[in-house]
Design a protein. Structure first.
Ligand code: HEM
Length: 494
């Protein structure tokens, strides 16, 4: 009887706590979306059949706030309050103008149980600033030019892979192709590792499993909503086994470099130098390396996957891109040089549109470091409030991008791109904490897409069911594996 009473007391207390937590915004008179018990504004994962991803939830929050005529407002992820932005002017305010008030991302990191999860994305304050200054020179124009040849080598391996499939009339799995290409690009350019995933996918599979397991959504959304509790419970950000394996492998490459006196001006060398100068220790070095592998894999992979998909379903766009490539190649004497690839305007427009329709990082996170009042708002955002900028909401808002579901690179032509509302297009974030790998990522995508379109004609395999649901960020998996039929460009697909 006594046990029953204690149990009942605990349950009642928990229910009261959840209910009270879900009045956070009401108590502060902040406009918000009404939560449901326990799951807040997330769908109930037990009864829901749709299994919506995190970005899909934030897209919905954005739309609901706008439907209510709000420029921002509170939501609940389970019973944790979050503040969602739905106006581009606030994006500028938070990311750039008043960066000093919002410089913390408050991304989950378990320093105690998994010190390797501390890196440039998760670090804060002065630690972050010092690191950012150190890593800024990783992707200078001079280094990007050096990396161009390395990227072309990876693109060549991808070309061989395509040729093999074209000859045997086997479709390409776009997602797999995106993963192989981006793993090899980051491994080669940042670490000097030659892993040729197109022949042997072991390394790419390991990188993929750094964060993927069957509980990915639940684990990540739990850590996202309750970082303190997740830290207390020792929930890892990265899956320990593949993480350890990759760290060991990276250590091996360092030993080889030291042994043979090789000094490359890549990211690994920056890390080695920082270690030698005692600015970071072994674990921190591992953390930065794992982050760079993941940052490239999770983002460029999804962009290339959807690039293949859109090329395959939009034959006119594919033909136009191939014509533009051939035109430029003629001008440059047939040589696929750095200058030639950078001068293909339509390639740039195409990539911008991919990153609009499928933003690989679909939400940006910031936390207020002091009590703040946004311009025109009649309420205060308290210190420590978690703020989400739903990139995907802005990119799919018909007010800024008419017919947002339509894939149309023309939105980014010279004439049209100046009409894009400032801060409504932010695939790489903005301000001092924007993506450090932006130039690298865009160059790698340019090289990859250029090489594919130059050499091959793509068509969607008839077995693929449309429409696809875009899941991305923290999942980065298209609902259906996209199969693409290919044929060498000088032949015709029947
Ligand atoms: C298409 C590819 C990519 C996209 C769309 C992308 C997007 C983003 C976004 C939206 C952010 C957050 C910005 C913010 O909070 O304002 C970010 C941060 C970051 N990205 Fe990328 N990224 C890509 C590729 C890469 C690559 C290839 C690397 C490294 C090789 C990289 C490294 C980073 C790092 C280290 C940060 C944290 C920066 C900081 O906090 O100072 N990203 N990225």
């Amino acid at each position: 009887m006594q046990i029953f009473s204690i149990f009942a007391f605990i349950i009642v207390t928990l229910i009261a706590y959840v209910k009270w937590s879900q009045t956070h915004w009401k108590r502060r008179r902040v406009p918000h979306l009404e939560p449901s018990f326990l799951f807040g504004n997330f769908e109930n994962p037990i009864i829901s059949k749709s299994k919506r991803s995190m970005p899909a939830h934030f897209l919905e929050f954005y739309r609901k706030l706008k439907e209510k005529g709000l420029k921002c407002g509170g939501v609940y992820t389970y019973f944790a309050p979050m503040f969602v932005i739905a106006d581009p002017a606030y994006n500028k305010h938070i990311l750039l103008k008043n960066f000093h008030e919002f410089h913390i991302r408050d991304f989950y990191c378990n320093k105690k149980d998994q010190p390797v999860s501390l890196n440039l994305v998760t670090s804060e304050g002065e630690d972050w600033r010092k690191l950012r200054i150190k890593f800024n020179p990783t992707f200078t124009t001079a280094k990007m030019k050096i990396m161009f040849d390395l990227m072309m080598e990876v693109a060549k391996s991808m070309g061989n892979y395509f040729r093999g499939h074209a000859t045997r009339k086997i479709p390409i799995n776009a997602k797999q192709c995106g993963e192989y290409y981006t793993t090899d690009i980051v491994a080669t350019c940042s670490f000097g590792l030659d892993c040729n995933s197109f022949k042997n996918s072991t390394f790419s599979d390991l990188v993929k499993h750094l964060m993927h397991d069957s509980f990915r959504f639940t684990r990540i959304s739990f850590c996202f909503a309750f970082p303190k509790l997740a830290n207390f419970l020792g929930v890892p950000l990265f899956i320990p086994k593949p993480t350890q394996y990759i760290c060991d492998l990276l250590d091996k490459t360092v030993k080889e470099r030291v042994g043979s006196n090789i000094a490359r001006k890549d990211f690994r060398q920056i890390i080695m130098d920082l270690k030698r100068q005692h600015e970071i220790n072994d674990t921190e070095a591992h953390g930065h390396c794992v982050l760079f592998l993941l940052a490239g894999f999770e983002t460029m992979g999804v962009a290339l996957t959807f690039a293949l998909f859109e090329l395959a379903v939009n034959q006119e766009i594919q033909t136009r891109l191939r014509n533009e490539i051939n035109k430029v190649l003629n001008k440059y004497g047939g040589e696929s040089s750095y200058e030639a690839i950078y001068s293909i305007k339509y390639l740039d427009m195409f990539i911008n549109e991919i990153l609009r329709k499928y933003p690989p990082v679909a939400i940006l996170n910031r936390t207020s470091v002091t009590d703040v009042r946004l311009p025109d708002a009649d309420f205060v955002i308290e210190k420590g409030t978690k703020i989400v900028i739903p990139v995907i909401g802005f990119h799919h808002d018909p007010e800024y991008f008419p017919e947002p579901d339509k894939f149309d690179p023309e939105r980014f032509s010279m004439e049209n791109k100046q009409n894009v509302k400032p801060y409504a297009y932010i695939p790489f974030g903005d301000g001092p904490r924007s993506c450090i790998g932006e130039r690298f990522a865009k160059q790698a995508l340019k090289v990859g897409i250029f090489s594919i379109v130059k050499g091959y004609k793509l068509k969607l395999n008839p077995t693929v069911k449309l429409p696809l649901e875009f899941e991305s960020s923290f999942g980065l998996v298209p609902a259906t594996d996209i199969l693409v039929d290919i044929q060498e460009a000088n032949q015709v697909i029947r």
